[in-house]
Design a protein around this ligand. Structure first.
Ligand SMILES: Cc1cc2nc3c(=O)[nH]c(=O)nc-3n(C[C@H](O)[C@H](O)[C@H](O)COP(=O)(O)O)c2cc1C
Length: 194
């Protein structure tokens, strides 16, 4: 499925697209999603409850690392984190796989290193697809998913979700073993055209 524009307005359709696929394919048991504030993760949990699937889905919600939006700032409130945890969601708040210390180097000295170039190359497919790669590695490195089983990963353009993919995970030390299996939905345009 292709959305005309990128952005948060595609969130419900993206989540539905992922859940429809879980209904069809019982070999998929994990969803990894980017959710900075936890808002999208809460929507997903509610939609999964309503879908009444015949099995438990492992939901891994990745937020920004502390300090991403300013010194010591944590974008997810304690209340939201607790609510998500009470629903069985695994929350990851860690160094971003596709920037890491390299971001500190480019900020201080300028230029780009190979990791940020990988990120920028993936962004040519849209922000959400780059995010899907990044959070898949972060979820695998946190131990919440196996690298042996395909998962669904959801990313977005700054807020919400607009891209869902089926992906075979890899850890960061084997990054190039990651394999994009299917694109379930994504925006056609990288930037809003209207
Ligand atoms: C680790 C991480 C990296 C992200 N990188 C980008 C990015 O490069 N570009 C972008 O548009 N959004 C990026 N995002 C935002 C997500 O794609 C997503 O839209 C957002 O986390 C949803 O948060 P919400 O539930 O608070 O709306 C990133 C989020 C996380 C957690």
């Amino acid at each position: 499925m292709y959305f005309e524009q990128p952005g948060v307005e595609n969130t419900e359709k993206t989540l539905k697209c992922a859940i429809d696929r879980l209904k069809e394919d019982k070999t998929l048991n994990d969803i990894v999603l980017a959710s900075t504030t936890g808002e999208t993760a809460l929507k997903l949990v509610k939609m999964l409850e309503d879908a009444k699937l015949d099995r438990k889905i492992n939901v891994v919600s990745i937020t920004y690392h502390q300090g991403f939006s300013g010194e010591d700032i944590n974008p997810m409130s304690e209340e939201t984190a607790n609510m998500l945890k009470s629903k069985g969601v695994n929350i990851v708040r860690a160094t971003h796989a596709l920037s890491g210390v390299e971001r500190g180097i480019s900020k201080k000295f300028g230029g780009y290193g190979p990791v940020e170039i990988i990120a920028e190359t993936l962004r040519t497919f849209g922000q959400g697809l780059k995010v899907a790669y990044e959070i898949t590695v972060m979820a695998a490195d946190s131990g919440y998913i196996s690298t042996k089983k395909n998962i669904i990963a959801l990313g977005g353009s700054s807020k919400g979700s607009d891209c869902a993919v089926i992906i075979k995970p890899a850890n960061m030390n084997n990054f190039f073993d990651i394999e994009l299996k299917e694109i379930l939905c994504k925006p056609k345009n990288k930037k809003k055209t209207i």
